[in-house]
Design a protein. Structure first.
Length: 234
C-alpha cells in the first residue's frame, strides 16, 4: 500500500505517521498489538527506513506506542475516532501545539505583567464567548482562537499575535479536532477545558506571570493529550 503523493508537499514521515495513526484508530492494530517491523513498514508503504523511524519516534513522543525488548513496537492505547478528521495532517497539528506551548506560555506571562484594563476586558469577553459557544453545543474553535489572540495581544508585543495569526488556519484546525473530541466526551471534560481557560484569565487578572505561564502551558499540554488519548478526562 504505497503512500499516494499528497496534493501539497508534505513530509513522508508525517504522512506515514498519519496513516499508522489512522490504522490504530480504526483497530487495524489494537491496544497491545505489535506493529509491523521497520522493514515490513518500509515495504508496505514504499518508504525508507529513516522515514519509518521518524514516524515511529513521533508516535512514541505522543505516547501512542512503546518499544519493548523482544516484543517490537506495541500499541499502548487507541486514540479517539475524532482524531481521523485531521487525516495525515495530524502530525502538523501536533507540531503546531509544540510551538504554541513555548510561545503562548511566554505571551501569557508578559500579559500578566503588562495588561491594561482594556486588555483584561477583551480576555474576559473572549472567555465568556467561548463558554457560551460550548454551552450551545456549537463548534467553538473561532471563539477559542479569539481567547488566545486576546492573551497574545495583552502581552504588549505585537509579534506574539502576529505569529499566532500566521499559524491561524493550522491552530483553528487543531482546536476544531480537540474541541470536537471534547464535545464527544463527558460534560466534565468540557468543564475542565473551560476551567483551564479561566485559570489563564485569572492569573493574568491578578498579575501573576508565573501562574499565567504555567496555566497556559498546562492547558496546551492537556489539549495535546485530549487529541491523542480519548480515554483521558472522561
Amino acid at each position: 500500500m504505497p503512500i499516494t503523493p499528497p496534493p501539497r508537499r508534505e513530509r513522508l514521515a508525517d504522512q506515514l505517521y498519519g496513516q499508522v495513526l489512522q490504522g490504530i484508530v480504526a483497530g487495524t492494530w489494537a491496544e497491545g498489538a505489535r506493529l509491523p517491523s521497520e522493514q515490513a513498514l518500509c515495504r508496505e508503504f514504499g518508504v525508507s527506513r529513516p522515514t519509518v523511524r521518524e514516524a515511529l519516534m513521533r508516535l512514541h513522543a505522543d505516547g501512542l506506542v512503546s518499544t519493548r525488548q523482544g516484543s517490537g513496537t506495541v500499541v499502548l492505547h487507541r486514540p479517539p475516532p475524532g482524531l481521523t478528521a485531521a487525516g495525515a495532517g495530524v502530525a502538523e497539528l501536533l507540531r503546531a501545539l509544540e510551538v504554541r506551548i513555548g510561545l503562548e506560555g511566554q505571551a501569557a506571562a508578559l500579559a500578566a505583567r503588562r495588561r491594561g484594563g482594556a486588555d483584561l476586558a477583551r480576555i474576559q469577553a473572549a472567555l465568556r464567548a467561548l463558554e457560551a459557544r460550548m454551552e450551545d453545543g456549537a463548534a467553538p474553535a473561532v471563539a477559542d482562537f479569539a481567547f488566545h489572540l486576546a492573551v497574545a495581544a495583552a502581552s504588549g508585543n505585537a509579534l506574539f499575535a502576529e505569529i499566532l495569526g500566521r499559524l491561524g488556519e493550522t491552530i483553528r484546525q487543531a482546536m476544531g479536532v480537540a474541541l470536537s473530541i471534547t464535545r464527544a466526551g463527558s460534560a466534565e471534560r468540557a468543564r475542565r477545558v473551560l476551567d483551564e481557560h479561566a485559570a489563564i484569565a485569572e492569573a493574568i487578572a491578578r498579575s501573576d506571570p508565573e501562574a499565567a505561564d504555567l496555566a497556559m502551558r498546562y492547558h496546551l499540554h492537556r489539549s495535546r493529550q485530549r487529541v491523542t488519548d480519548g480515554g483521558r478526562d472522561r
